[in-house]
Each structure stands twice: as C-alpha cells, then as structure tokens.
Design a protein around this ligand. Sequence first.
Ligand SMILES: Cc1ncc(COP(=O)(O)O)c(C=O)c1O
Length: 393
Amino acid sequence: MTDPNTDGASLMGTPGSDGRFGDFGGRFVPETIVPACEELAAGFADAWADPAFRTELDGLLADYAGRPSPLTECHRLSEELGLRLLLKREDLNHTGSHKINNVLGQALLARRMGKRRLLAETGAGQHGVATATAAALFGMDCTVYMGEVDMVRQQLNVFRMELLGAEVRPASSGSRTLKDAVNEALRDWVATVEESHYCLGSAMGPHPYPWIVRELQRVIGTEAREQCRRLLGGHPDIVTACVGGGSNAIGIFSGFVDTDAELVGVEPAGGAAVARAVPGVVHGSKSYLLQDEWGQVTEAESISAGLDYPGVGPEHAHLADIGRARYEQVTDAEVIEAFQLLSRTEGIIPALEPAHALAWVSRARADLAGRTVLLNLSGRGDKDVGQMMEILR
Ligand SMILES: Cc1ncc(COP(=O)(O)O)c(C=O)c1O
C-alpha cells in the first residue's frame, strides 16, 4: 500500500513529518536534539512558503553568488569521447562550488529564526568556506569543524575560513576526516542550540536536513532543465554528478527526476556506500553506509576530501532502491586522469569531486556513444592543484 508520508517524497516532493524517503531517512538523534530539529523543520516550512524569503534568497543567489550558472558545451572533449557533453558550471559560483547555494539559504533561515551563530562541518573545505562567507556577509559568529587530516590536505581553505573570520576547530577523533567533523558539529549544536544554527553541508543527517538541502540545491536542476530545453529542445539522455553526501547530485537530479533522463551518481570506489547497499544509521538518518559485520561504521577512503564520507544522503538510497537512479564507482587513478583530461581539452580545471563523474563518463564512453550527457561540475579545482602537483610531478 502507498504510504502517504513517503509517496510524494519518491518524486522529490515534501517528505512527511517523519522525514522518510521510502525505507530511508528519518530522525535518529538523541532526545536533546529533537526539539531543535522540530523547530528547524517548522522554521523552514514557514520560510519556504514565504514569498519574501524566496525573493531575498533569489536576490542573494543572483547578486552575490552569481547565478544562474552557465551551461557549457564541451566541443573538444565531446569529440574526443564520441558523445555530447554539457557541463552545469557550479564551479563559477562565488566561493567556487555549489555549496554556496545551500549556505545562503540556511544562513537566511538562521537569521530569521533568531540565531546569531553558524556552525558547520567541512571535508574539502568548500562548505566551510561557504559558511564562513555567509557568516561574514550577515555579521554572524562562525565555527567550522574539520578533520585534522583534511586540514592538512586543504590548508588553503583553512586559511580562507580564518580570513573570513571563522574559527576552524580540528576534529581529532576516528579517521580525523569528514565523519568525525560531523560528530563534533552535532555535539556543539546540542550544547548551544539556543544561539546556534547547525549549517549542515549536504543532503544528509536527520530530518529536516536532507529535505532543506535538496530544496536549496534544487536551483541547479531547475536552471539546467530550462537551459537544456533551450539548447536541446528537450532533456539530455543522461544526467550525472558525483556523490559524497549527495547534495550537488540531488540538486541536479531534481530537475530531471520526472523525465526519462537516466540519473547516474558517481561515488569513489573507496567510499561507495550505495554500490554496497547495506543499510544502517549514521549521523541521524537511515541510509546506505559503509560498515563492518557488526554494524560499526568503517572509514571511507578517497583522493578527494569532499567525497571521503562513509554514508550517502537518504534520498539517494531511496532513488537507488526504487531504480530511478543508478550509482557507479570510479578509482582514484581514473579521477586523476579525468582531472587532467578536462583541464587539457576544455581549459577548465575541475575539483576532484566532479572529476569522479567525468571519470565515469570517460570509462563508459563506448556505451554512451552519440548520447547527450549533462554533468554537474560542482566545483573548481583551485583547492586541489597543490595536491595534484605532488601526485603528478
Ligand atoms: C566541489 C565539491 N563537489 C562535491 C562535493 C560533495 O558533496 P555533495 O555530495 O554534497 O555534493 C564537495 C564536498 O566538499 C565539493 O567540495
């Protein structure tokens, strides 16, 4: 029987009050956070229905972040791969990635809810930089948790956050990467919920976060759909994006979920939660998750700090479960090749994260011959150039 709570969610509608996407999602949090989650869900529902909130956000996205982002046709690379490749250029947003879309919305929401402090977790540093940016823009305090390992990999972004006035706190437990930073941020939120908004960076975590982040990233898919309609007179055959927590992918998928375009998420081989398809609970929601035989979370391993996460947003688990999207995995070596390929053929140095999606397109080129592929270029590669220099030289 169809569950009215989840029926709409299967097509990316508003989830029910339990925050479920089919079997996935929900809210698995300590009692102390439940009121904060409920307050946030009500606050977002109210804001999202308010035309004044939407107008203010649209204004910020246009005048501050630089939206709409263009759609770029890759002539030289298309010829090389034997298919038609279009890029949605989220790398051209202010601060260099799609993360700013989510953060501007959440910062506006936080201010509307009377909070004066933003806290966030970050992996590659892009979400931390975006949060520090919004905090500076709105005159709010900002604390960003970042795994110690990532602080070394992404020193430039640590310095950017500090320049922007944020305090970067190292997460020194576990693998000292993104999952540990999320744990620290959740802990801080519990202790300071009166004055703090936890600005979660991906379409994951307890309800209402996967819903809020998807709605705030929906702008990518909405724009891309209209841009494809104008350019192609219809939809691309394939829409692809990298998947860490899943926010850039859910953003672009949302524009095409009701079409016959194939939706393909690409995970790192060392962090392929959907490919393994073992359900579990992490960071407040049920989803596919890397874990050992006793259900303990195991560590992801990827060349890109932004995808180094053992789980995936619950709506992706649902899309995989119902067969509406499929998830592929690529190796670090394939990613390094794709990173160079796009740089050389199109003059665009991608972040290592979206280079995953390109690595899959490149590997699958024979199957995709003659077809039109829309790839979400979620961020620019400046942050990764130092790391690549060490690997390639
Ligand atoms: C450029 C870029 N793309 C993708 C991601 C992965 O996040 P998500 O799966 O939420 O889009 C990150 C995370 O840091 C990122 O910096």
